[in-house]
Design a protein around this ligand. Structure first.
Ligand code: PMP
Length: 377
C-alpha cells in the first residue's frame, strides 16, 4: 500500500514539485537560478500582498518564529503572546530566553482568544510585539486574524506577528490589508514542498522597527543580512537551498494555476466535507464550530477506540495520521488536509478510516463516512 502522508505537515508532495527537488544542483550564482529565485520572491510578495520584503531562507517554522521576534524586539521589551495551543505556547520559552517580558493570553484548547480580550490587554501596557498563531496545529482552531488586525491598527508601537505555519497558502491571508506586520510559514505545510525552507513576509512597520534596533545579537536570521540577497540573489550571504527554492517556485506555479482564491475555497469545501464525514462516523472535532481551521482537523475518538491501535492500522491500510499533543495525547488523532491534496486522496483517506474502524470491530453503519463525504464534496 502506498502510504498517504496525512499528518498536518509534511503534506503530500506532487510529482512536479518532487522533480524540482530531484534536479541536478547548480551553483547558487548560476544566472538561471538567480533569475528563478528573484522571480519567486516577487511572486510571493504579490501573492500575499505585502509592500515590504519576503524572505525565503533554509530553515523551519521554528526558525521563522525566532526570526520574527528577533528582528522587532530587544531585551527588556514587553511582548504579548496570544496562545491557542501548543505552538502558541512555543513563543513563551523562545521570548523568555531573549530577555523579553512576556504576557500570555491563553484559550482553552479548541477555542481561540477573542479580539475583545486582546484589545483590553493591549490597553494595559506598551507591547513591542504581539504573536498570534493563525491555525494552531495542536487544536485545529483558527484565530480571527483579520479582526485582530483591525484592533492592532490603533496600537502603532505593537508589531503584529502571525504564525501561518499551518495556514499560509491554505487559509486566506493578505499581509498589508489585514494589518499584519510579519507573517511566516514553512515549506512543508500548505505549500506542499518537503521540509527545509522558512518563508517570512515583513511589512514597512516591521522593517522600520528592525532599522531602529541597530545591530541585533542574531546573525543568520537578521533581516538586514538577507534584504540585499532577496532583492538580488546573485549576492551571497549564506548558501541558499537551491533545489528547495526551485521546488517552492514550482509550488507557487501550481498555486497560481489553481488560483489562490480557488485554493482557499477548496480548503473550505474539503475541510467541511471531511469534518462532516468524520462526525457521521462518531468522531468529534476538537475545534469549536465557527473557529475551525480548514487545513487540518483534530479528531476526538469515540468511546472504545484505542489511539495507538487506530493509528497503527491506519498506517497499515495506507494513511499516516498524527497523534494528539500534550493533554490530548491518546484522545485524538490529527489529520492534515492542506496543500496539494486532490479529491481522490480525500476519498481514499475516509475509506482508510472506515477500513480501520471495521478492523477494530467498531459498530457503525458501514459506508456512512463515504456517503456523507460524497454528499458534501
Ligand atoms: N507553528 C505552527 C503553527 C506549527 O504547526 C509548527 C510545526 N508543526 C511550527 C510552528 C514549527 O514549525 P517547524 O516544525 O517547521 O519548526
Amino acid at each position: 500500500n502506498k502510504k498517504l502522508v496525512m499528518i498536518p505537515g509534511p503534506t503530500p508532495t506532487i510529482r512536479s514539485i518532487n522533480d524540482q527537488m530531484g534536479r541536478e544542483t547548480v551553483a547558487f550564482g548560476d544566472p538561471e537560478f538567480v533569475k528563478d529565485y528573484k522571480e519567486l520572491i516577487i511572486d510571493l510578495k504579490e501573492m500575499f500582498k505585502v509592500d515590504g520584503e519576503c524572505f525565503v531562507v533554509a530553515g523551519t517554522g521554528t526558525m521563522a518564529m525566532e526570526m520574527a521576534i528577533s528582528n522587532v524586539t530587544k531585551r527588556g521589551d514587553n511582548v504579548l503572546i496570544v496562545s491557542n495551543g501548543f505552538f502558541g505556547d512555543r513563543f513563551i520559552d523562545l521570548c523568555e530566553r531573549k530577555g523579553l517580558n512576556v504576557d500570555v493570553l491563553s484559550a482553552p484548547w479548541g477555542e481561540v482568544v477573542s479580539p475583545e480580550t486582546i484589545e483590553s490587554k493591549l490597553k494595559e501596557k506598551n507591547y513591542a510585539a504581539m504573536t498570534v498563531t493563525h491555525v494552531d496545529t495542536s487544536t485545529g482552531a483558527c484565530a480571527p486574524i483579520e479582526e485582530i488586525g483591525k484592533i492592532i491598527k490603533n496600537y502603532p508601537d505593537t508589531i503584529y506577528i502571525v504564525d501561518g505555519v499551518a495556514a499560509t497558502a491554505g487559509e486566506r491571508e493578505y499581509v498589508d490589508d489585514m494589518g499584519i506586520d510579519i507573517l511566516f510559514t514553512a515549506s512543508q505545510k500548505a505549500f506542499g514542498v518537503a521540509p527545509g525552507l522558512a518563508l517570512l513576509w515583513a511589512g514597512q512597520k516591521a522593517l522600520s522597527r528592525r532599522k531602529s534596533l541597530g545591530t541585533i545579537p542574531e546573525f543568520y536570521i537578521d533581516f538586514e543580512k538577507w534584504i540585499p540577497i532577496m532583492n538580488d540573489p546573485s549576492k551571497y550571504f549564506a548558501t541558499p537551498a537551491v533545489n528547495m527554492v526551485w521546488a517552492l517556485k514550482e509550488s507557487v506555479r501550481v498555486i497560481n494555476e489553481e488560483g489562490i482564491e480557488a485554493r482557499y475555497d477548496r480548503h473550505i469545501r474539503v475541510s467541511k466535507a471531511i469534518q462532516s464525514a468524520l462526525e457521521s462516523l462518531g468522531f468529534k472535532i476538537l475545534a469549536k464550530e465557527g473557529n475551525r481551521g480548514t487545513t487540518l482537523s483534530n479528531v476526538l475518538y469515540p468511546e472504545g477506540i484505542n489511539d495507538a491501535e487506530f493509528r497503527k492500522i491506519m498506517a497499515e491500510e495506507g494513511a499516516m495520521v498524527a497523534g494528539g499533543l500534550a493533554a490530548y495525547a491518546g484522545k485524538l488523532f490529527r489529520l492534515g488536509h492542506m496543500g496539494n491534496i486532490d479529491d481522490h486522496t480525500v476519498y481514499s483517506v475516509i475509506a482508510v478510516i472506515e477500513r480501520t474502524l471495521i478492523k477494530l470491530g467498531y459498530k457503525y453503519e458501514k459506508g456512512i463516512g463515504l456517503k456523507t463525504l460524497l454528499e458534501n464534496m
